[in-house]
Ligand binder design. Structure first.
Ligand code: HEC
Ligand code: HEC
Ligand code: HEC
Ligand code: HEC
Ligand code: HEC
Length: 325
């Protein structure tokens, strides 16, 4: 009997271990513990998903009314409600297409309010207006609201001119300037120029007018680095499978992987020179790892020194000869 129990015990440990492991992942992936939007039991979502977006005709009327307000023509309260209602449903639409919806980061995570209350008034009661300086979505408070979950981005962002300016005046980008509510997409390099040049341009000359171009190049280099890391990972895996000693290559790959993990955080420090230096370090490590597994020299663009000068001299000589004729 006793010995049988002893044999069973490790088995139970493993079972509990596996169970906890899965629970951990479920909690990690779904903070609210729900699997589908319907099962969320979150009144913000339940109600907001039912707010219907406007029909084309309603949109047209809203636009006409909006034009009136822009021209300072007094407008009935009704039209403002329309605008707010539309925003509330559009925002739901955008949110439901975003990663935040996939990870069940619901409206209340950023807006507050009471997601257990079933009525609109009850749910909204503790929610503050965006213009209220105490609101979680008041311009200056947005970084801290996002930083509850994106702590590393916030830590790096806090050391920037952007953050300091944001706290003192308001001409500085906040998380929402670059990550449009409520799609919250990660921007591509090609999308940076129009965004950054709203402030960094020849006319206003904030920081330097070259910022947008530099930022684009920096992110492009980060993309190139990601390709390099993928190649290096593949090379090391293949070398390992064919029985080669990859200890040294693995060390370089680990270095590259560490830089890769840090990219989003490094980026939010908005120190483009440092960003560039770190990315270059990562590229070098990845290329080294690849080189050590294959023995093939990394491809560095080669240029004969003074090639341009030799060509120019040659052309000049030929022209000179023709003139002499
Ligand atoms: C029973 C329905 C209902 C529930 C529950 C509900 N809302 Fe709303 N919400 C609305 C409607 C309708 C509007 C459009 C504005 C209006 O008509 O007052 C709105 C507007 C909003 C707005 C825009 C407010 C503004 O003044 O610009 C936000 C933000 C918002 N809701 C967030 C939330 C959050 C967060 C929750 C959960 C804690 C929530 N809502 C729960 C129906 C609801
Ligand atoms: C990740 C954070 C986040 C989530 C999740 C989120 N919002 Fe927002 N929302 C914001 C921020 C930040 C703003 C302020 C944008 C601005 O200032 O332009 C905002 C603004 C709004 C506004 C305009 C409010 C105003 O007064 O102008 C509405 C309406 C709104 N959100 C509705 C929703 C609804 C409905 C959901 C859920 C389906 C939701 N939001 C989920 C961050 C979030
Ligand atoms: C309650 C936690 C929470 C809050 C608050 C929150 N986020 Fe997120 N965010 C997440 C999770 C979870 C993901 C998906 C996993 C990941 O990419 O880390 C995510 C993803 C993102 C992404 C990447 C999306 C993609 O397509 O890869 C961006 C950008 C983002 N959030 C910006 C913001 C901004 C800006 C705010 C504040 C307005 C904010 N988040 C507030 C939890 C949160
Ligand atoms: C001036 C513009 C700008 C500001 C301000 C900004 N971001 Fe970003 N953010 C970007 C760009 C561009 C990327 C894509 C960089 C990359 O490829 O890693 C990004 C990437 C991200 C990602 C996705 C990282 C990933 O690839 O998984 C998250 C999350 C994020 N930002 C959150 C925040 C938060 C939170 C704040 C505010 C504290 C913030 N951002 C402020 C421009 C900005
Ligand atoms: C809403 C205006 C605004 C936008 C949009 C904006 N910036 Fe800035 N940026 C500023 C201000 C203000 C400063 C501080 C300039 C100064 O005082 O020297 C600054 C400074 C900088 C600096 C110098 C950093 C330092 O600490 O010295 C860099 C780099 C920078 N921004 C990058 C970017 C990038 C990249 C983007 C686009 C993704 C961007 N900015 C978008 C307003 C903006």
């Amino acid at each position: 009997m006793f010995s049988k129990n002893e044999k069973l015990q490790p088995c139970w440990h493993r079972f509990i271990g596996i169970f906890l492991f899965f629970m951990y992942f479920i909690i990690l992936i779904a903070p609210t513990g729900a699997v589908g939007l319907d099962a969320l039991n979150n009144s913000c979502i339940d109600c907001h998903k039912k707010l219907s977006p406007f029909t084309d005709e309603q949109n047209r009327f809203t636009e006409i009314r909006l034009n009136h307000t822009e021209r300072n023509v007094s407008c009935s309260l009704e039209c403002h409600e329309d605008v707010i209602r539309k925003r509330a449903s559009d925002n739901f639409q955008q949110w439901s297409d975003s990663d935040h919806s996939k990870y069940y980061v619901t409206c209340d995570a950023c807006h507050g309010g009471d997601p257990a209350a079933k009525t609109e008034a009850g749910a909204h009661a503790s929610m503050k207006d965006a213009k209220d300086p105490n609101s979680s979505i008041y311009f200056k408070n947005i970084p801290d609201t996002c930083g509850k979950c994106h702590a590393e981005e916030l830590d790096h962002f806090k050391n920037t001119m952007h953050y300091q300016r944001l706290r003192s005046e308001s001409l500085a980008p906040s998380c929402k300037t670059c990550h449009k509510p409520h799609t919250f997409k990660v921007l591509k390099a090609s999308e940076l120029i129009p965004l950054c040049s709203v402030c960094h341009n020849q006319k206003d000359n904030i920081a330097t007018a070259s910022v947008p171009q530099d930022a684009k190049l920096a992110l492009e280099k980060a993309n190139e680095f990601q390709d390099e890391v993928i190649k290096a990972r593949k090379a090391v895996t293949e070398a390992k499978a064919s029985g080669k000693d990859v200890t040294s290559a693995q060390l370089d790959l680990d270095k590259a992987n560490a830089v890769m993990k840090d990219i989003p955080y490094l980026w939010h420090a908005f120190n483009l020179k440092d960003f560039d230096r770190q990315i270059q370090g990562g590229i070098d490590s990845a290329k080294k790892a690849e080189y050590k597994t294959s023995g093939v020299e990394p491809t560095v663009p080669r240029r004969t020194p003074g090639f341009g000068i030799i060509m120019a001299l040659g052309i000049f000589a030929v022209l000179y000869l023709f003139r002499k004729w």
